[in-house]
Design a protein. Sequence first.
Lengths: 762, 470
Amino acid sequence: MASRVAGRKSTKRKQFEDDVDVAEDLHHNGNLEMLSDEEEDGNISSDDGEVDTFPGIVNESDTDPDDSDFSDQEEDEVDEDEDEEDDEEDESGEEDGSDDGEESDDSLHVFPKAKTIVSNITNQPKIVYPEIEPEYDSDSSTEEDPNRVGYIPMHWYDDMPHIGYDIDGKKILRPATGDELDKFLATVDDSSAWTSAFDKNAQTDKPLTSEELDLIRRLYAGENPDANYDPYEPMTEWFTGKGKEEIMPLSGALQPKRRWVPSKWEKQKVMKIVRAIRQGRIVPSKPKSTKKFEPYAIWSEPSSSHPPPLPAPKPALPTNAESYNPPEEYLPTEEERKAWEALDPEDRERDYLPQKYSSLRLVPAYDRFVKERFFRQLDLYLAPRVQRVKLNIDPNSLIPKLPSPSSLKPFPNYRSLQFRHSQSRARCISVSPDGAWVISGDENGVVSLWEIIVGREVKRWTFKGKIGSLAWCPRTDVCYFAVGVEDTIHFIIPPNVDPAVLTLTQSVLAPTTLPPAPATPSPVKWTTPPSNTWSQDTPILTIDLPASTGIPSHFCWHRRGDYLASVSTGGAQGGVWIHQVTRRHSQAPFKKIKGAVQLVLFHPLKPHFFVATQQYVRIYNLAEQKLIKTLLPGIKWISSMDVHPSGDHLIVGGYDRKLCWFDLELSEKPYKVLRYHTRAIRSLQFHPSYPLFASSSDDGSIQIFHSRVYNDLMTDPLIVPLKILRGHQISEGLGVLQVRWCSKQPWLVSSGADGSVAVWCS
Amino acid sequence: MSTDVNMASASQPVTFRTQTAYPLPSQKFMIPTTWRRYQLSQLINKALGLDKTKPVPFDFLVRGELLTTTLSEWCKENGVGEEETLEIEYIESVMPPQKMSDFPHEDWVSTVSCQIPGYFMTASYDGQVRAFDYSKNLVLGYAAHSAPVTSLCIVPSSSNGDGTFTIATASQDLTAQISEVTFASGLEASSSSSKTLATLHLHTQTISSVSSNSTGSHLLTSSWDGLIGLWDTTIPTSDEVPEPALNERDREGKKKRRKLQRDAEDEHGGRQAKRKAPLMVLKSHTGRVSKAIWGQEDENKAYSCGFDSTVRLWDTEHGVCEHTINASEKPFLDMTTTSNGQSILAVSTDRTMSLYDIRSSPSKSNPLTSAASAIFMHPTGATPSCVSACESNAHQVVTGAYDGIVRVWDLRSTKGAMATFKAFEGEKAGKKVLSVSWKRGIVGIAGEGGLSVWKVGEEKEDAGKTTTTA
């Protein structure tokens, strides 16, 4: 800087030498030092063209050519636009170059620069500002536009006759525009038509200026649109080069005190921290981990917390069947081949069929190679590499362990013979206590006696009305059976009975001396025809129940064969009666019965009496005349019931298909509820000696169950379904109406609604 | 040896054995596996040179099974390899049974007997005993019992003259009868007569069977009450069993009936039948006895079977049960001995026919086994009700079943019957067969449909017995 200052001083001196008043000039222009310097520099440079002597003002040398260019342009403009200005410039011809130089600076400075000239009048220097020229890019350049609507979309005026307003608020009318022909003629006439463009504001065509045309040309040629731009400007050296080196420091002043006295504020801050450390408010940070990172082998040891990853599954090894020449036994038969082809690919046990080739040469290309690779990849990809605890339950293990039916033989499994009742339902059957004879009754009132093993009818009785029930007396020393028809019970002795048995039976049923009549007269009458009219076709004893009690639908003999309980249904006043044969007396055990009694049963060992109403089974003690228990089978309508020969178990069947097994020692709820028939259960019976029971249903089937009852109280009864016997036809929605066991053999007799009675043998 | 065996196709090594009169030398044959029964039969006929004189058709048993297919099919079914040597037994073929005639009855026929040459005797459920000659004429018919007759047997008797026979019948009226029947020759059935000689009183329930020994001196009756009665056939001069005592009230009615009965008896026999008591009662069965028969060789042996699943061997001299064969859960319905008397065949309601070997010497240390030596299974629904052995061939037996089909079995082939035929024409269900009797190549079949007579060829076994022992 010192050199520059010196330089300037020297140039000033020179100027002052030229000028008249140097000292005054210095005084006056003290505040304009720099400006005048530049001005002078510019002038000098332009005058002298010596650049080297004034290195500080290098830009002047650069601007020189530009100035000339610019002035040229400006001259063009001036020529075109304003003649007056031309004149002025002509007057101050010398000034032109300086003006130009100023103008070039104007591009850098916003404000015009003042000139100091010596007044002609006062001979005093004065500052003269250049005249403001309203130029193209000046603010007032638009003032010439008469249209003062401002910067708005001009299409707003498209429909108007005017195109805007002038400064006085008067409409500027739309200049007349010719039609297309006029336009064409205009282009032909006017040579500048092709260099004109539509001016929206004026709504007329205006010729483009030469600058605009030049701009268009440059854009078109892909050049820089700015004509002044020089891409090859020489580098401006600001701080390098000769004479620009900085040798001395800028200031020789002493260092201030604060530079070497410790800072008071700094000390206060430090003391604050020190105090905090002392009081423990700041804990010095722990030293960062001193331990150095030690490399270790990550693969050498498995981590202990996890089980080792499972190895990838191995591909299955080829078996004999996959050989190209397998042994004969591996080759599929035609049926196996068909079965294999019929299966879905997922269901096949193996995905190929063994094939035989006599030599390896004949083996064709392996057609499933890609597929097999694919599946192997899938295998590897999808195989879980962690051990999953999978709940593997064999469905067979959930099935209760039941012995196989074949080990529980004998049980009835086929129909040995069939006995037919013509054209009516075989409603009831009964098997004689010795298991040799069967009586069956149908709805036409026919009772047939036939052998169980041959099926030949030996004797037939015909009654009026439906046969409701049949029951063979369980006594073995006498031989007769009871037949229930409308309001009456008949007692009949079958033919071909041993004379001794016959005599005893007759004396039981029709004793010569009648027992004394009970004190209270009973509504039930016991009648025996006179002995000389006895025959095998007529009953030897008849019990007349009170009128309109209905058909005795159920009989139950006490095991000693003296008491017969009958249940009548369908009548106006149904009821339970217990008939004692030896005393020829009938009594109603219940004065009043809640609900309709369906069935009654004698307990095989105890003086207990089971009464099944529509939904409950009640157990009474006949000796003590009281209710022991009420069983709740949960059946809507009880149809059948039987007690186990041991007397501890009871099965109850219902029209709603349920079968309930009660352990009488246990609760009032069933031990087991079975529901296996598809239609209502009609009949049930335990086998008197074998561990079997059978149930028949309206679905036409009979089901045989193994029912083993254990003596120890801990073991539950074992119930195993054994066999479904089918063979009865369903007629009018009724299937098998009654089943009865043969007492000595595992044979079953069943009567169906189709009129057939079948014997099922083991 | 036949040399024209085609060795080009696959062949099976085979050895033949037989119990017939036509033995082949024991040698291994390579038999083409495509051969059937016919080719094998031809082979044996050629090998023995029988084809020049009189060809004998043979049947072939492979491992107890009748060969009905080709050898290869059989081998494939039974999993026999190519190199295994098969032992094939050959037997003379049974000609397919042919129906000869029908004898319609009004009621079910419970028993038929073909024992009297030229006649068939039937006992029916209507209580009638009938006799037919071979030209289908009803020679005799009389009401033997008031209840269904369950069994009938011919009592061989030397004292009877020509056309007169003694028969025994058993009935559901708890008695058995010994009657004398005389067949008139020709068509005059009216001149045939029957006379009840004695009534046998022991049983308290239906008598299931009556049978006579070969000399006709003794009878056995079996009953549902578990008793077996042993009777002689001599007619006593007076009643051995008193009339049942009637209580006072019964007397009037009974007298009337008895009088009527007596009148009827007078018409038949001319004199009242004597009431006869048994010589001995064999008690051991715990259930119904369904059949009691005499042993063939030893006159003091009797066999019985019953619903208690036992077959009992009796010493009738002392009236004791010598041995009991306990089968489990096989209520036996009928039994018979084979013609050589060495084994018992019993049919039971579990649809099986069981073969029991009853050969025993008194000094034998090992007792009879209860295990059946062979079991012949009937198809489902066919309860075998009766069995009859061929009298000339110990291997052949015929059974009748409730499905109306009569089966001819060879005891060497356990897998299935040699021949089956439907006894009675008519319904699809089949009418029950209740009794069969096979004598002299003729099978009488009694049952629901009456009586039907079929001709079933018998295999001659005269010469075969020698090879069996060899």
